[in-house]
Design a protein around this ligand. Structure first.
Ligand SMILES: Nc1ncnc2c1ncn2[C@@H]1O[C@H](COP(=O)(O)OP(=O)(O)O)[C@@H](O)[C@H]1O
Ligand SMILES: [Mg+2]
Length: 298
């Protein structure tokens, strides 16, 4: 809810992910990407899920109590690196104190020092960062630290919300390599970003979000080689390329309001291929590897 009314931040989202598989979630800002991650974590602030289901290892996480979810799943099965988290490390505590706090919160009963050391080395950092305060570290180091914190309890599934945004390209590459390594170790990853090329580095599945809906879902191969939704096509054409001389096209217009979303297809007023029937909500049409919400494929 907001003062202006109920925001329907997310509708018509469906996908599945196997162990060790990664999904990239892409779309313009405010299309509902973070809301999707927070829904899986059951951490929607002031929001609620009104229909549908979320299954973790085959079990619904919406029908269990908050305490059961916290005990069984949060941080243990699924953890999230929140958008902008590296900027919300507490400025008055050392990195070590902040790691210890997380372990205490979860009643970790092993050797704290050993665990923290292990996590730091898994993200390519040394113990010398432990006595430092957040302001003494670079953006890339802070991002590694928040990733390490999310991984402390050994989750099988990690949701990384814009983990490379605001980092320079070299550090971006380091973070992507880190995610690739985690994936190799068997972790499932949901990588949320507005940056499609970054997704191609690690994800075998892609969900394209627009105006609170997942308008297309499929394998990365199909989405890149044969994008079906006009929005996906436009998103791909808007990527600047160093190698090609093609000028990237930007998508004219603005995304829809989620307080009063337009009836029918939400991309209607920006879509170069809009037809009369697009004023009606498009059903889900099956594609080779997923689905598309678009009347062109009726
Ligand atoms: N708790 C909330 N109350 C009201 N509106 C919200 C809340 N959370 C998200 N929204 C709105 O939902 C939409 C999607 O937000 P978000 O998931 O953060 O988008 P993205 O991560 O794709 O940028 C935005 O319009 C945002 O303003
Ligand atoms: Mg977001």
């Amino acid at each position: 809810m907001s003062q202006a009314g109920t925001v329907r931040a997310l509708e018509d989202v469906s996908f599945s992910l196997e162990k060790g598989e990664s999904i990239g979630i892409a779309g313009e800002s405010a299309c509902g990407k973070s809301t999707l991650g927070l829904s899986i974590m059951r951490m929607l602030q002031g929001g609620k899920i009104v229909s549908g289901d979320i299954l973790l290892e085959g079990e619904s996480i919406l029908n269990i109590s908050e305490s059961e979810f916290a005990k069984k799943h949060r941080k243990k099965n699924v953890a999230m690196v929140f958008q902008g988290a590296m900027n919300s490390l507490d400025p008055v505590f050392t990195i070590e104190e902040q790691f210890i706090e997380v372990l205490k919160q979860h009643q970790y009963d092993g050797d704290f020092k050993k665990k923290i050391s292990e996590m730091l080395s898994s993200v390519g950092l040394k113990n010398n960062v432990l006595k430092k305060y957040p302001h003494e570290l670079s953006g890339g180091m802070k991002q590694r630290i928040v990733i390490a914190m999310a991984l402390l309890l050994g989750p099988k599934f990690v949701i990384a919300d814009e983990p490379t945004t605001a980092l320079d390209v070299l550090v971006q590459a380091q973070i992507i390599n880190l995610l690739k390594k985690l994936k190799k170790d068997g972790m499932s990853i949901m990588l949320i970003t507005h940056d499609l090329p970054i997704i191609s580095e690690i994800a075998e599945k892609i969900g394209i979000m627009y105006g609170g809906k997942m308008v297309e879902f499929g394998t990365a191969h199909d989405i890149y080689k044969n994008p079906k939704h006009p929005y996906t096509q436009a998103l791909l054409e808007s990527i600047p390329s160093l190698r090609s001389k093609k000028i990237p096209k930007y998508i004219k217009g603005n995304p829809p309001s989620l307080i009063k979303p337009p009836e029918g297809c939400r991309f209607y007023d920006r879509c170069p291929q809009a037809m009369e029937k697009c004023k009606k909500d498009p059903p889900k049409f099956k594609t080779d590897s997923g689905y598309v919400l678009c009347w062109l494929y009726e």
